[in-house]
Write a protein that binds this ligand. Sequence first.
Ligand SMILES: [Zn+2]
Length: 375
Amino acid sequence: MSLFKTDYTVYLPSYSVGADCYKEIESVVKSYGTKAVVVGGKTAMEKSRDALIEGVKGTSIQIIDFIWYGGNATYENVDQIRSCPAVQEADMVFAVGGGRAVDACKVVCDQMGKPIFTFPTIASNCAGITAISVMYNSDDSLNGYYFPRRSPIHCFINTKIIAESPEKLLWAGIGDAISKGYEAQLASRDQSLFHTPLMGAALSHACTEPLVSYGTKAMEDCRANRFSYELQEVALDIIITTGLVSNMVTGVNAEYYYNSSIAHCIYNGSTVVPSVIKNHLHGEIVSFGVLCLLTYDGQLEERDRLMKFYREMGLPITMEDIGLTENDLPALAEKGSTVTEWKCTPYPMNKETLIQKIMECDAAGKDFYKKEKNN
Ligand SMILES: [Zn+2]
């Protein structure tokens, strides 16, 4: 029997999307006050500053300052942001940027009891709507997770700004987001789910297809800084669908967790392999982990279908593609067996089997390359 809950509150974020969505700011935020402070990354604020000012022009909302968040999601930077007079004076915070800036702002607002609205400038993660912050130490090592009491209130996804973001980040964002459907479904399989995770598991079925159908075109458009329907669908998938699933399949303080499984287990395991972790992005490693998950779970047709998509996208299909060798596998499996995701499967995991399945997946990827050459 899975966890069963009665008294609880679920906060679901809302969102606006489109090239002109900052025009909606006043109608969304006005019941929270009039004074907003923007806190974010340097580049992110540079890219969005004019659009934000234009968005609130002639409205009751006043942006009182733009503040740099400090460059990393650390508790030192959280304290620094909290001590800014403009932050103390503001009725609400507009968090602008990538994952780390938004994560730091979520902690600030949770601690200060201020409403937070998010403005992602890249589509590489779902930080803009999730009730979790990944916190780092000042030496950039992982500190742990912080769970704000609620998710951000509303997320403004300006697709024009996202179209102008570096395509490499979108690429890795697709690689990470493709894990969500497979992992949430594997982690929740055979579980009796109560209402919230049940909804999350159902929604996880909407994660994969938009990425496979529109990913390649979205990448082309992002490379050309061109807004398109496909880019918008992919951005919504990465930020909203994936984020809603995360919120619904993870309990406050992770009292239940069907959010990830073997693919992130392999990612976490790979953090002990310097050639992998130093040269490859999170989403890139996770995407190879998805192929290994499908191999482990015997979903070979689906794995082979994904491999085709990965080749179009330039995502990895062999160990070599992410700098992994056979000799690294025992250490990877050892580390992987110590993380939360190790237990997020419907069957007990086994280190030897994991190694064997990664090798099988690698062999299938090599085969794919061979066939490609011969055609
Ligand atoms: Zn991830």
